[in-house]
Write a protein that binds this ligand. Sequence first.
Ligand code: FAD
Ligand code: SF4
Length: 504
Amino acid sequence: METIWILGDQLVRCHPAFERVERSTARVLMIESAAHARRVRYHKQKLVFLFSAMRHYAEELRAQGWTVDYYREQPDFEAGLVAYLRQHRPSRIWLMEPNEYGVAELLKRLVAAHGLSLDILPTTMFISDRASFAARAQGKKTLVLENFYRRMRQMTGLLMEPDGEPTGGTWNYDRENRQVPPPDHRFPPLPRYAPDAITREVMDWVRRDFPDGYGVIEPFHWATTRAEAEDAYQDFIEHRLDLFGPYEDAMVRGQAALYHTLVSPYVNVGLLDPLVAARQAEQAYRAGKARLNSVEGVIRQFIGWREFIYQIYWLRMPEMAQANFFGDTRPLPHYYWDGETRMQCLRETITQLQQTGHTHHIQRLMVLGNFALLAGVLPQAVNEWFWLAYIDAYEWVTLPNVLGMSLYADGGFLATKPYVASAAYINRMSDYCQGCAYNPKQRHGEGACPFNSLYWDFLDRHRAKLFPNQRMRMMYAAWDNMDPQERTATLAWAATLLTRLEEL
Ligand SMILES: Cc1cc2nc3c(=O)[nH]c(=O)nc-3n(C[C@H](O)[C@H](O)[C@H](O)COP(=O)(O)OP(=O)(O)OC[C@H]3O[C@@H](n4cnc5c(N)ncnc54)[C@H](O)[C@@H]3O)c2cc1C
Ligand code: SF4
């Protein structure tokens, strides 16, 4: 008898082992590991989402005629495996290649201890090729998304014309995507999925066994089945895709999604196929339902950024996990946990995260990551926090985004310059500064926005490492042209703030 072992983040419609075994005799094995769920204080909604999605997936497979052995609430993977092997003696165990580094080896060892071996099949969750990515990356000090993205467009044919040119004559419309909605703008409501009996049962388990998890467990509105995840994406196509581009970088108080897809939790566990999603976005453009800059932007996220991040993870592991280019050591301030800070941008973002397990990209990059980098927080502490607090966090995607893109801890392999900004950026792209206890226009002294002096201090303290970077020249020119007394006062205020980080 052959067994297909399916992990919690591999809930794909077409598992590569499905076509290799006889459905009538093969068995599907799924195990809930409490030890895995306790590695960090995961957001409660992440645990609910993941275990509920697994249980629903088992039902989906049963409805298709598969025999599924589902081991609930096991202490760890080994306990589930031992329970399974007590009942069944598989001639072969199939596993789709895990997304995260080291997991395949771990599971191979586990299975080998019982005199069995794993047959690992290539993943179907990504479309780019690891070997050719590694070959192209050889000898490069920095990788640029744009080159990779164009190859992905050519490979998939997405937004490509018969003559080989990109649709509309331009590959990337990011320049058109930096608008802020007017104050009276009305955002479309988001679809909500009420927890069913399966989800409510998981909620009881999480309440009972994971009471220390980050954030709140309810209200829980996430989709947990494939049908719901696909419905959520259709809702995006229908109501939000057209304005995805223009307002992609904006941040608005009380608006969790703006025009983003909000499908990362589903894509990351295989409930939604990103290539299919990208093709549906293209169809909406061809049908005249959405503007090109929005559709190109969404497609770039799915087949550009997502694939690029995955490739960089595999290229740079395991060293990447320890990267700390600036040698930062500070602990993460308490407000990343409790949201209690006078800085409105951080308070709004963290409160939203506690409530939902999600914030959009610019909140992650330009508020949470930006502040942690300016404050000199240990990159591994920041990474662990992102990993536990977000509903869509898995090591392959969190680590490169946090350490590489956001904190520049890899010294610029993934990002050509650090994503740092003062209050001017946040004030331009959001309404957070209105009514904030701090003044976004003040550089130093009581009441000055902490982002300001910390920004200049960051540039000053890392001058030796960053000044040689051509893309930093304008920032250093602005700093060097500042009045010397102003510079001294700014650095002195930053030094004061760094001793008071917990009180901001
Ligand atoms: C500091 C930091 C931490 C992050 N941590 C995570 C994480 O743990 N998990 C995660 O999925 N994404 C992470 N991202 C990337 C990105 O912010 C999220 O994928 C996105 O905000 C998810 O919301 P959405 O589904 O509405 O995305 P949209 O903006 O609507 O984009 C559509 C889809 O594109 C993909 N995508 C877009 N950008 C990225 C990216 N940079 N990396 C990988 N996929 C991408 C996702 O599948 C996403 O669902 C992080 C980014 C930063 C800066
Ligand atoms: S003033 Fe500073 S702390 Fe307040 S919201 Fe703006 S950027 Fe954030």
